[in-house]
Design a protein around this ligand. Structure first.
Ligand code: A2P
Length: 222
């Protein structure tokens, strides 16, 4: 009996190859290390953490989670709505096990999560569930009007007690602000790119050179 008929995975997604995982982790660590030393970050610290601390060590604040990946469809072993339909899509079947180059265009940090924005190509969008952004609407109402694929991200770390799925919501919130015409407060030109502040502890670093990350489209049974 084929595996796909017996059970569905925890999730489908692009899994970064080991070499590039190390590179992305290092880039993210460098960013966190620099961010928490910036005067602008210290100035907005009360937005970032409710605790009356004077400093935060962002590398300690976020816990890394597992192998780096960009989730396409969270199936929860078939319990999540639309899982079977997704697994049956022709693109999913045809491209399962194929290699891709993901483009990481930005890094973002909020009091809850740190992640990388993934800018999907036309080909990659064939693997993206049509309702991924709509699913977020109860939490991020403006997600309804964002382009398909806006939620695509890699979770790099979560604050204590925060679920990884929060990373996608945090990204959508920032993109919604951008769409409304809020540029964010340009804080600094860093070596990696320009850093902007979007209020409420939300920071976005638009990478000068997007990071190209080799990844395999596959699934995790967990
Ligand atoms: P993300 O894709 O933001 O990193 P968990 O460890 O909680 O079971 O999650 C496994 C993966 O599936 C994580 O990568 C997580 O978040 C993603 N995920 C978990 N729950 C959901 C959900 N309800 N919707 C979309 N993605 C989810």
């Amino acid at each position: 009996v084929p595996l796909e008929e017996t059970s569905l995975p925890l999730f489908f997604g692009w899994f970064l190859l080991p070499g590039i995982q190390d590179k992305v982790r290092c880039t993210s660590m460098d960013f966190l290390k620099t961010l928490d030393t910036l005067e602008a970050f210290k100035k907005h610290l009360p937005d970032f953490t409710v605790e009356a601390e004077k400093e935060v060590d962002l590398e300690q604040y976020f816990q890394a989670n597992g192998a780096l990946h960009c989730t396409t469809k969270f199936c929860d072993y078939g319990k999540a709505e639309g899982s079977k339909e997704y697994a049956d899509k022709s693109a999913v079947k045809e491209l399962y096990g194929s290699a891709f180059e993901l483009s990481l265009s930005a890094l973002f940090v909020t009091p809850r999560t740190v992640g990388a924005r993934v800018s999907l190509s036309e080909d990659q969008l064939t693997l993206w569930p049509a309702d991924a952004e709509k699913e977020a609407v109860p939490l991020v109402p403006a997600a309804a009007t964002l382009p398909v694929g806006s939620r695509a991200h890699i979770t790099l770390g979560c604050a204590e007690g925060v679920e990884p799925q929060q990373t996608g919501f945090d990204l959508l919130e920032i993109l919604a602000l951008q769409q409304e015409g809020q540029e964010g407060e340009l804080v600094e030109e860093m070596e990696l790119g320009s850093l902007a502040y979007y209020g409420k502890g939300r920071w976005l670093l638009s990478l000068r050179e997007p990071v190209s990350a080799q990844a395999c489209f596959s699934s995790l049974y967990g």
